[in-house]
Design a protein around this ligand. Structure first.
Ligand SMILES: NC(=O)C1=CN([C@@H]2O[C@H](COP(=O)(O)OP(=O)(O)OC[C@H]3O[C@@H](n4cnc5c(N)ncnc54)[C@H](OP(=O)(O)O)[C@@H]3O)[C@@H](O)[C@H]2O)C=CC1
Ligand SMILES: CC(C)(CO)C(=O)C(=O)O
Length: 308
């Protein structure tokens, strides 16, 4: 019998990967709340994707209806929903369950390990540019999405290989990583820098890079993020740093971060997990981060205004 996968969060990320895996015949159930349940029942789970559109009738469960443990929990809620989500999916965690989180940032690893035990928590990250549209469809743009998973201590165990094999399907690439924490830091550096560029300047990478001093600004933000990663023990390889700089200084780029897209819609943002936590770690290692500090302040003011 195949592994039972519970996707927690049928949004832009979980909905995409989950629908692809379900379409490939994997045993996928989505943990959803009432509004999304009704929406997906009525419309199906629909992907509008650069690598092919698909609509599936998802198997769904609500928190009170979880029966027995699942083999893999693919966690894809926003960081600010993590605590409530952990309570909701707790009945799905048994002694053999693996939790594979795809959230941005690093803080969630500690929260999950504290709640479910370190052995249950894998490292995970993904590269995808996707969002929900007004009808709740998942709109994915750009290149082939990628999902990486691995043991946090870097061991390549039979379990990791089999999890990576299970979390696969058409429409994305799966990587079984032996350096997943480094991968997660690399992604965090990229994302925190991208988030700072877009949220501080209220524009795309190209909007900023095509202005005088725009590229210098982007490079300075990347430097702050990368210096913090290095001080924490996860220095970016030269090639990774180079490709991050190249991606975030392209004058014709329309790239934005999901945090900026949320901000444009007046939605809550993962400011604390993506920027605040990085600033906190920079302080621990006495790394100066004036631009990240500014982004942190900017997003705090945004959140305060949202709640006013
Ligand atoms: N979108 C992107 O391009 C990328 C996002 N990421 C990261 O992935 C993570 C997820 O982001 P994304 O998919 O965009 O976010 P979305 O807001 O699109 O999706 C999150 C989903 O989680 C659901 N959810 C929240 N709490 C619960 C719960 N207790 N039970 C069931 N469902 C729940 C929400 O459902 P409801 O409708 O009920 O609120 C929502 O559908 C974030 O950390 C983000 O930073 C990483 C790479 C790219
Ligand atoms: C950087 C990017 C686009 C890569 O997936 C991302 O993770 C995000 O916008 O949240």
């Amino acid at each position: 019998m195949g592994s039972r996968i519970l996707v927690v969060g049928a949004g832009a990320v979980g909905g995409y990967f989950g629908a692809r895996m379900a379409g490939a015949g994997h045993d996928v159930t989505f943990l959803v709340r009432e509004r999304r349940l009704q929406q997906l029942r009525a419309e199906g789970l629909c992907l509008i994707s650069s690598v092919g559109n698909v609509t599936i009738a998802p198997r769904m469960v609500m928190a009170g209806g979880i029966e027995g443990p699942y083999d893999i929990i693919l966690l894809s809620v926003k960081a600010y929903s993590l605590m409530a989500a952990m309570n909701d999916f707790a009945p799905a965690v048994g002694p053999q369950t693996w939790i594979v989180p795809l959230l941005n940032g690093m803080q969630h690893l500690d929260s999950l390990a504290d709640r479910f035990g370190p052995a249950a928590v894998m490292g995970g990250t993904c590269f995808i540019v996707s969002k929900l549209d007004a009808q709740g469809r998942i709109v994915q743009a750009g290149s082939l999405p990628r999902l990486s998973v691995g043991e946090r201590d870097g061991r390549e165990t039979p379990a990791t290989c089999s999890i990576a094999e299970t979390l696969s399907g058409p429409g994305f690439e799966t990587v079984c990583s032996t350096h997943i924490l480094q991968d997660m830091w690399d992604k965090w550096v990229l994302l925190a820098a991208l988030g700072s560029i877009c949220c501080l300047m209220r524009g795309t990478v190209g909007d900023v890079a095509s202005q005088p001093a725009g590229q210098d600004f982007a490079q300075a933000v990347i430097h702050e993020c990368a210096s913090t990663a290095a001080a924490a023990g996860y220095p970016l390889r030269d090639a990774t740093l180079k490709s991050t700089v190249s991606l975030l200084t392209k004058t014709d780029s329309t790239l934005t971060s999901s945090m900026f897209r949320d901000l444009l819609q007046g939605a809550p943002v993962e400011a604390q997990q993506i920027i605040g936590d990085l600033v906190r770690r920079a302080r621990v290692h006495q790394i100066p981060t004036p631009l990240l500090d500014l982004t942190d302040l900017n997003l705090r003011v945004y959140e305060q205004q949202r709640h006013a």
